[in-house]
Design a protein around this ligand. Sequence first.
Ligand SMILES: [Zn+2]
Length: 95
Amino acid sequence: MSVDEAPAAEYDVPPGEEPAATCPYCGRPFREERYATFHVGAEHAAACSDAEREAFEDERDDEEYELFTFHLKAAVSVFFVYFVFTFVYALVWSG
Ligand SMILES: [Zn+2]
């Protein structure tokens, strides 16, 4: 583990705000626990435990899944609009 990690003062938390999680390796505060999980997995991949690595991979999978569902929804919406237009067009021309 390197000793020249950035000092915690660099990541000052605004007054009145309590960080939800703190990095156990460099002390960096995070607004959400999942951010800390991401940070540990990305920045301290060599130092973190198997459990922490697993949590990171789980979070990352969730993120990818969310992105996938978003793309799927977008694709379905576009297809649906296209279908409706085609249907209306066919209806108009058959009538
Ligand atoms: Zn850290």
